[in-house]
Design a protein around this ligand. Sequence first.
Ligand code: NAD
Length: 274
Amino acid sequence: MNIAMTERGGLAAPHLKDKVSLVTGSTSGIGLGIARALAASGSAVVLNGFGKPEEIKATQAAIGTDFGVPVAYSAADMSNPESIAEMIEMTLDMFGRLDVLVNNAGIQHVAPLQEFPVAKWDAILAINLSSAFHTTRLALPSMVANKWGRIINLASAHGLVGSPFKSAYVAAKHGMLGLTKVTALETAEQGITCNAICPGYVYTPLVEAQIDGQAKAHGIPREQVIRDILLAQQPNKRFATTDELGGIAVFLASDAAASITGAAIPVDGGWTAH
Ligand code: NAD
């Protein structure tokens, strides 16, 4: 595999030419980084997620212009199985195939167990876990027919270890690793792989907002918030970037990764090596 860095910092080898990728939750953060990296590798992409319509249109246009690939968008709500089915149907109607599925959409809520809102538990399990079951079961027929497919599940370091006050998130991410293993086993002889990426902290707009919030709340400098609060568990004391996550997804979608399946890949600066 020939991966060269472009001036934009993306991955240049067009090894996904003629492939179609769907990335859930790709209007911001990690999902957007992965969608851009897949597009940089030549894949058509279907974006999904919430946001201001004009900003989503601009994102769509920018990816198309930067990488010269078709870019579609579905506003499907990942908590709703019917919307998910419509999104997959739209993808197959539009492109006739679905080759790379990235289950990335996710939300978080932090509260002690006895106070955890039941509606938040249900929403987190639906968006962070059940949506991947629905996209996977609906995408598989196309991948099986083409004898090629890549399913990449965004889990978390919290798929491997727990933290207090994150019951729903930790349960959903551990569940994601179980789904990843079963998907890998059921598809192992069909040219399809399924793997999970387990990031620690990744630098996204959401994280940026937390830095300022915590700095104000504790009256300490940004650098101290990053090192002592956000990255307390992360030994390398740096955030992963959305470009790094994009590169890992492109690698998992490459021929070089054809024998990697059912794996949980930590991208956590050593967090789960503790
Ligand atoms: P983000 O909030 O920047 O992006 C989440 C995306 O999901 C957005 O596009 C949003 O519109 C979309 N989304 C939310 N609810 C949705 C719904 N019901 N239907 C459709 N789309 C929906 O978050 P992020 O930090 O980029 O996280 C992406 C994934 O990576 C999540 O699964 C998250 O758990 C995981 N993750 C993130 C980090 C981190 O440090 N940022 C670490 C580990 C794992």
